[in-house]
Ligand binder design. Sequence first.
Ligand SMILES: [Zn+2]
Length: 405
Amino acid sequence: MLGAFDQRGGERAGGVVTVDEKRGVILAVHADPTQAEGPITDLGDVILLPALVNAHTHCELSDIREPLGRPGMPFVDWIREVIAWKEANLATPQARQNAIRRGWLEVKRGGAARVCDVVSALRYGDLPVYDDPLLHAESHLELMGHALGWAEDALLKAREFVGRPQASRRVAAGRRSGWQAGLSPHAPYTASLELVASIADVSRKAACPVSIHLAESEEELELLATGGGPFRELLLERGIYRKEHFPGGRTPLDYLEALRPAAAVSVIHGTFLSDAEIDFIARQPNFRLVYCPRTHAYFHDRSWPLARRLARCGSVLIGTDSRASNPDLSIFDELKFVSATAPDVSPRDLIAGSLSASAASSAGNRLNDWLVIEAPTDVADPYEAALHVRATLKGFLYEWRSRDA
Ligand SMILES: [Zn+2]
């Protein structure tokens, strides 16, 4: 074995890991193999890394074979493609449940022990209930609505969703795996400011997390600032444009302010947030910024300012987003992509940042909290080696050992 990291990404010299097979836990990491007792299984040139968090995805879109549309296409045209795909392929509860289950499996295979998954089920019974010792799944119910009535219906759904018995039972038990309800007012072009503020209130009362796509495109900023542009055309096409909901003169900061009372807020993408808006997020202890690297690269030539935002916010979570804009749901491949394309961010910071936010799910010595990564032996720095282009994820330590036995 090449080495292991500790639960917060700190380096631990290691050669031999002593495990208690019955309890499924790691007892010790020894730099010196002669300190170990009992039979030794050679794992090869591997690094042990705590399991990761996939901070944003849409598993219900996991049946999409390759990203919809084409790279660099206008964002609003891509949204049209997503709507058409969902209407054609997610018509039945069974189709949605199957897709979500496949997505969760893919998320897990990609090295995540915790996932934040946005679902747009019409009824709660449409959702599978997940109970897997390897995964903590947060399901964020996607909510849309501008006009009165539509928004009220969404709010009713939100209250019922977070009141599901599974939500409180799993959270109360303090389990690291299981299922937790969350809410996702979709985006400013689909959820009115009033609905967003009401959802923040539900989140505060139910202590459930919230996520929102915000400042993802320049077209969104144009709609907020002027009430017009390509998004207005799309909303008109769908018969849901109401002038009074887009009065102009707004910015993403209005939505951040509306979400301030929520229990926990993930701001997804935030590509076009101003420095003042990033500083707002940095100042709120309940706010997190989520970056989806390969999805960003699908739409944009310019890079997402990760190093600058890491410096301002302390940490930035990484998500895969969906297969509508990403070839797979592997969070490990997402980190490798950043490591290869953002030379101004060190692999050490990337790993430490990704893990510190995931400590709740990955801390501990359970075998299934740890990933086995086959890493190149000619790269001296273990952080660089773990995310090197030639590194491959072999699986969770628990599963991999079982296969080996
Ligand atoms: Zn998304």
